[in-house]
Design a protein around this ligand. Structure first.
Ligand code: FES
Ligand code: FES
Length: 182
């Protein structure tokens, strides 16, 4: 493998699939995925809260896994598949989890909401895959999606409005609909 060095300030070509659309970008090597989305592509549904990996507002799905987009560089993801809130649902065609957030009063200012929703979908895939969390007691079994599991697994997503009860209820309700449909 050949090492590839990028000088500070140098730009690089990056090919990404974003919300199902293949895109080519030329970005400064230091550009985060978050800034590529917001500043280069105008996808402002993904929010910048702390820009330091501490609030989860910038969470997107990369190859199906939840990632803090402020903490990872666009050039690290050439060839990757990124889903933002715009790729999940739009006002005229909401994702069912977005509808649950409305139904259960899961947001107030809404600043954290896109990150909460992307994180919740990533988290549910982790549960499906049988990944234990810090509060899972029987780690040899597939974890049940209890309220304490939802709280623990969503603990990286902060809500300054403290809409946590509604967020948990929305996720719980959405997960129940998935279970019923299975
Ligand atoms: S903006 Fe990325 S974790 Fe806060
Ligand atoms: S709804 Fe305001 S920060 Fe969560």
């Amino acid at each position: 493998m050949t090492d590839r060095w990028i000088e500070a300030g140098a730009t690089a070509d990056v090919r990404l699939t974003i919300n199902g659309q293949a895109l080519a970008l030329n970005v400064d090597g230091r550009t985060s995925v978050l800034d590529a989305l917001r500043e280069h592509l105008g996808l402002t549904g993904t929010k910048k809260g702390c820009d330091h990996g501490q609030c989860g507002a910038c969470t997107v799905l990369i190859n199906g896994r939840r990632i803090n987009s402020c903490l990872t560089l666009a050039i690290m993801h050439s060839g990757d598949d990124i889903t933002t809130i715009e790729g999940l649902g739009l006002p005229e065609n909401l994702h069912p989890l977005q509808s649950e957030f409305i139904e259960h009063d899961g947001f107030q200012c809404g600043y954290c909401t896109s990150g909460q929703i992307c994180s919740a979908l990533g988290m549910l895939a982790e549960v499906d895959a049988g990944w234990p969390s810090h509060v899972t007691t029987a780690i040899e079994e597939n974890p049940a999606l209890t309220i304490s599991e939802i709280r623990e697994r969503m603990s990286g997503n902060l809500c300054r409005c403290a809409a946590y009860p509604g967020i948990v209820a929305a996720i719980e309700s959405y997960a129940a609909t998935l279970k019923d449909a299975a």
